[in-house]
Write a protein that binds this ligand. Structure first.
Ligand SMILES: [Fe+2]
Length: 203
């Protein structure tokens, strides 16, 4: 009797995501093709079970943490998670409204809920550190919901009173990529680097 090869949901995600990257060169088509691949990962009970031991992300020196599970050696996409405690992001002292600069992101809720808000910019962006925003979308997202965030799209995601886990697929590691932060009550904006990466095992 031969050994049976077993694959995990993470193995299957990486395999299928690499196929999408190799077959879709156009970014919008590529990231939409990744939606069902991420949906399969989010729907796996073993993944939900594994996430129960993932540590909460914190704010450290005004920077959010992301867990980092995988960085693809060929296509450069990364698998991150954002784990938010029931009391919100630990140590958060700054605005949660941001963009991701030039990268693409698929944000998928694995466990709990995330309040996702989207904004459009009303000014022309020519005044330094000045931005006028208008909220265009506000929805509570639950397990299996996926939000595709394109380059420079302004948004926020936060929890309300429960632990929440999101798996985030990014087109590249965002740790050193400058991206926008926004304080709409002051019409203020500035640039800051992306999340601090906390490497850990998925399972
Ligand atoms: Fe984001």
């Amino acid at each position: 009797m031969g050994a049976t090869a077993t694959t995990t949901a993470l193995d299957r995600f990486i395999r299928d995501a690499r196929t999408v990257f190799s077959t879709h060169a156009e970014e919008e088509a590529r990231w939409n093709a990744l939606r069902p691949v991420l949906a399969a990962l989010l729907s796996d009970p073993d993944v939900v079970e594994a996430s129960h031991s993932w540590p909460d992300c914190r704010f450290v020196n005004n920077r959010i943490e992301n867990l980092l599970f995988y960085e693809d050696p060929d296509y450069r996409f990364v698998i991150n998670a954002l784990v938010t405690s029931a009391t919100g992001l630990k140590g958060a002292t700054t605005t949660l409204i941001h963009d991701h600069g030039p990268i693409y992101t698929l944000f998928g809720v694995l466990d709990g809920h995330q309040q996702v808000q989207r904004y459009e910019r009303l000014d022309d962006g020519t005044r330094p550190e000045h931005a006028e925003l208008r909220k265009t979308f506000d929805s509570m997202c639950g397990p299996g919901d996926i939000d595709l965030v394109g380059p420079h799209e302004i948004h926020s995601d936060d929890t309300q009173g429960e632990r929440s886990v999101a798996i985030i697929i990014r087109s590249e590691c965002s740790e050193n990529i400058a991206a926008g932060r926004y304080l709409p009550e002051k019409n203020a904006c500035w640039q800051a680097p992306g999340p601090v990466q906390v490497r850990r095992a998925f399972y």
